[in-house]
Ligand binder design. Structure first.
Ligand code: J2J
Length: 543
């Protein structure tokens, strides 16, 4: 009988047995999976970045060395480690080292700044924080200082790179220790904490177990036809569920393929990499896919190795979808996923119209999906409603978030996604919109409440509303409407103020509109649709 850590809600016992019996949950933790893959694919290239080219054996060995070093430093099973690394080999080595100890990586993004980092530290109480020295012109040392000052649980700040102040990741290199010493986690234990896009002021943590995450990655790799010949380009930030495990890094390793790290997802870096590394598969969000399409007008890199482009994270315009194969010469796969679990994929042999117009269907035959109206009752076939889901790799609760969980999960254990979808007669899902208070800016999720709270704290702002505005480049941009006490405001003032509060750039408003009163709906709520129209008009007048 297993004891679960505080704040983690496991699947009900009967469901666990079903997932085990069906062979979805296998009795291996992710650290053991890597050893298994190393024994199968030993000398194949596993991982490539700007400085490294590691075989499966080397990756396995390096992960063991780092696990030993972290263990020697006192990091133990169930300890949390905040990981904020850009796409590089050390991210993968570190992640597997932590899997082996049973410590839980918290997957922060390089774009995060003080506000998220401090909130994560306070919520999860990590014992260590691993970060780069610099990335894309930003010096992370001040983030380390702030985390240290606000979080008494932090015993180690570890820099991947140059540092005079803190320890460096290379200081944790150590002779491997026997697996038994490193308190091997159970396959049903928590493996990692992913970040949720969220709808509230504080980030929510998504606990994924070894068994569910391994299944997520391995089943995705099979669905996408990955093999030893596959070369996966990690272009999106690797702490995100999509490039990490859908099938991403973990799925590619399960199939014996090669993972290639791109530091940034733009065509200037990725096209030459696709050519030189003969990349066969990668994943993008729609705005990046659009950039790649336009780059093709002047960049004639040889992309002929590319067989499959996965696109997900936000709505893909069918007109853009239609151009993928003619312009980039590869198959398109739409992915409707969520870090909370459920993954929908179009299949590689689906008819073209399905791939262009739908977001596919669930990965697993044990995924349960229902579409409900606002009263929580199933809608008629083909009608739009909220998607609720439960299954072998979908969580039953966020980590340490009891009150939020009470409103986000149904009594029978379904996750209420906040997405509005409809089901086609063939069983494919089409995402029609959402009811959650979130802005999807180029696939990056912004909790409206978080930004509004900060704006309301500004002494000259009397009230404010943040709305998503359709945007050609980003899919959606955020526009802040404010009522002030008379002061005149400019967007850059607001952005400066929010940066100072530690809000990352992507969560800061892209547009600002000052109004004197709120337009109201007939029931007296603020008319957000009208604000969105006003934002569009005002922008059109300026350009
Ligand atoms: C419309 N909205 C989508 C799509 C996600 C693969 C792909 C994406 C994510 C992801 C992921 C969408 N069309 N194709 O984790 O493994 C919106 C929905 C969803 C939310 C989840 C993966 N694909 N979305 O985007 O946790 O609103 O995961 O609920 O970041 O993104 O966001 P996130």
């Amino acid at each position: 009988d297993q004891r679960y850590p505080e704040g983690f809600i496991p699947a009900p016992e009967q469901d666990c047995s079903r997932y085990k019996q069906a062979g979805y949950w296998q009795e291996r933790n992710l650290g053991q999976w890597l050893s298994h893959w190393a024994s199968q694919y030993g000398s194949n290239t596993a991982l490539t970045d700007q400085q490294h080219r590691l075989s499966y054996q080397q990756l396995d060995h390096q992960a063991s060395r780092l696990a030993a070093g972290l263990y020697q430093a006192g990091i133990r099973q169930g300890d949390k480690v905040l990981v904020q690394l850009p796409n590089c080999a050390s991210f993968v080595i570190l992640t597997f080292a932590l899997f082996r100890i049973g410590a839980w990586p918290i997957m922060a993004m390089p774009a995060h700044r003080e506000k998220d980092i401090v909130a994560l530290c306070q919520q999860a109480e990590p014992v260590a924080y691993v970060l780069p020295d610099r990335f894309l012109g930003y010096d992370y040392h001040s983030l380390a200082d702030q985390a240290r000052a606000s979080c008494s649980s932090l015993k180690h700040i570890i820099v991947d790179g140059e540092t005079d102040t803190w320890l460096s990741l290379s200081d944790f290199d150590h002779e491997p220790l026997p697996a038994e010493t490193l308190s091997q986690p159970q396959y049903t234990d928590v493996a990692l904490l992913l970040l949720s896009g969220g709808t509230t002021g504080t980030p929510k943590l998504i606990p994924r177990t070894h068994a569910d995450y391994a299944y997520n990655a391995i089943a995705s790799a099979e669905l996408c036809g990955l093999s030893e010949q596959s070369v996966y380009l990690a272009a999106l930030p690797v702490g995100h569920n999509f490039p990490l495990a859908c099938p991403g890094i973990l799925g590619t390793l399960s199939a014996g393929g090669n993972v290639v790290m791109a530091r940034t997802p733009g065509s200037d870096e990725t096209f030459p990499l696709i050519e030189s590394e003969k990349v066969t598969v990668t994943a993008l969000v729609p705005p990046l896919a659009q950039l790649w399409l336009s780059a093709r007008e002047w960049d004639d890199s040889d992309l002929s190795s590319l067989k499959l482009l996965q696109i997900g994270g936000s709505r893909l315009d069918p007109e853009v979808a239609r151009q993928i194969t003619p312009v980039l010469g590869c198959k398109l796969q739409q992915v409707f996923g969520m870090a909370e679990g459920l993954l929908c994929y179009t299949r590689l042999d689906d008819p073209e119209e399905v791939v262009i117009n739908t977001q596919g269907r669930p990965l697993s035959s044990h995924d349960q999906v229902r579409v409900v109206n606002s009263a929580g009752h199933p809608v008629q076939a083909g009608e739009t409603g909220e998607l609720q889901t439960k299954g072998p790799y979908t969580i039953h609760g966020y980590y340490k978030a009891d009150s939020h969980n009470a409103t986000t999960f149904t009594a029978d254990g379904f996750y209420q996604s906040g997405d509005l979808v409809r089901m086609t007669p063939e069983g494919n899902i089409v995402v029609e919109g959402r009811i959650k208070e979130q802005i999807n800016r180029a696939g990056e999720k912004i909790a409206v409440a978080e930004v509004e709270q900060l704006l309301n704290e500004h002494p000259d702002i009397e009230s404010c509303v943040l709305v998503p505005v359709p945007d050609e480049r980003l899919g959606e941009r955020s526009c802040a409407f404010i009522i002030t006490s008379g002061a005149e405001f400019y967007l850059h003032h607001l952005q400066y103020y929010l940066s100072d509060k530690g809000l990352p750039r992507y969560k800061q408003p892209d547009q600002l509109e000052q109004v004197s009163h709120w337009p109201l709906t007939t029931v007296g709520k603020i008319d957000k649709q009208r604000l969105i129209r006003q934002a569009l008009q005002s922008d059109a007048q300026q350009t």
